[in-house]
Ligand binder design. Structure first.
Ligand code: MN
Length: 333
């Protein structure tokens, strides 16, 4: 990987080759996602395989706001991430050229429909450049416009592996369909998401009566008690079976985790899975055609310790490994 940022004059060649753009102390420089180079201008996107994108928007929350601050917080915490996945041995930066694409520009700060359209336009540009996006939210309403853009780009509805305490297939709320409790219902109605290739993992809590659409449309729902009854390997097997061979999106809402691990989120639900279990589930998805992913609902105002940001950054790294492997397979093919 080239090093052209001017910071590495005098660095021995072998170290430069080994560390690339990361050859400097972790605490120095501008905090970008995973310490990748920042390329905000679409003109600079050609040749980038995986682009990490911030979507600083939380206009769709039903209760406690704050996830709009997620991308900056995740950038800072992601500077702790390394270059290798110790369990799988995957080295994402050896398989794919990865960059920080900056944040999606949102003009419709005070207009929900317009903000959603802004996000979709941005991902249209990303898809047109042939870049595979990994997104840091933002609340979960942002996943809808991303899926719309990618559904168009792939020419078919996407599969979905969705980690969350909530199905997010709820009806309109206060007369509006664009809220963070409903993106996957709208995505199915828009033809961007295939409910038969959708699995929702970790579901729990008193919002259950809102999730009728998941069952009616044929989504596979794994409640948290089912997750523990089945065991993690069986959950992974089920997710692989449901997603199949087609293009699949991985969406990770940090409130799927127990609030012990991710207290910094708008709608926490106690009784969730652990960070270790999340890692085992994500690592179990290797080999699927994962074409995009996101980590959403990290809300820094509720995260004074930074734990949720660190956890969210680690889940982004796990998804990055899946994306880089998928990119690498397509390059080899
Ligand atoms: Mn959610």
């Amino acid at each position: 990987m080239s090093s052209d940022n001017g910071n590495d004059a005098g660095v021995p060649d072998e170290r430069r080759r080994a560390w690339g753009e990361r050859y400097r102390p972790r605490y120095s420089g501008v905090a970008t996602f995973m310490r990748c180079r920042l390329h905000e201008e679409p003109e600079a996107w050609s040749g980038i395989d995986v682009g990490i994108v911030g979507v600083p928007f939380d206009g769709g929350v039903t209760n406690r706001p704050g996830a709009r601050h997620g991308p900056r917080h995740l950038r800072e915490q992601s500077t702790l991430m390394g270059m290798v996945n110790h369990q799988t041995g995957v080295r994402p930066y050896d398989l794919a050229k990865v960059a920080d694409l900056g944040d999606a520009p949102i003009e419709g700060v005070y207009r929900l429909d317009e903000a959603i359209a802004d996000v979709e336009r941005h991902y249209d540009r990303i898809a047109a450049a042939g870049v595979v996006p990994l997104t840091a939210g933002g609340d979960h309403s942002i996943t809808l416009p991303i899926m719309r853009a990618l559904g168009k780009a792939h020419g078919r509805p996407l599969g979905l592996i969705h980690f969350d305490a909530h199905c997010d297939t709820g009806p309109e709320l206060f007369g509006h369909k664009h809220h963070h409790g409903g993106p996957f219902k709208v995505a199915v109605e828009d033809g961007a998401l295939d409910p038969k290739r959708t699995i929702q993992i970790g579901i729990r809590g008193p919002a259950e009566p809102l999730w009728g659409f998941s069952y009616e449309s044929g989504m596979t729902v794994i409640h948290i008690e089912e997750l523990y009854a089945m065991g993690i390997p069986a959950v992974v097997e089920k997710a692989r079976e449901v997603a199949g061979d087609g293009p699949t999106y991985v969406s990770f809402d940090v409130d799927g985790l127990d609030p012990v691990y991710a207290p910094g989120t708008g709608t926490p639900e106690v009784g969730g899975f652990t960070t270790y279990e999340a890692q085992q589930m994500l690592r179990g998805l290797r080999g699927l055609d994962v074409i995009a992913g996101d980590v959403v609902e990290v809300s820094p105002p509720f995260d004074p310790s930074g734990t949720t940001g660190l956890t969210g950054a680690q889940m982004m790294f796990e998804i990055l490994c899946l994306l880089a492997e998928a990119v690498g397979r397509k390059k080899d093919a």
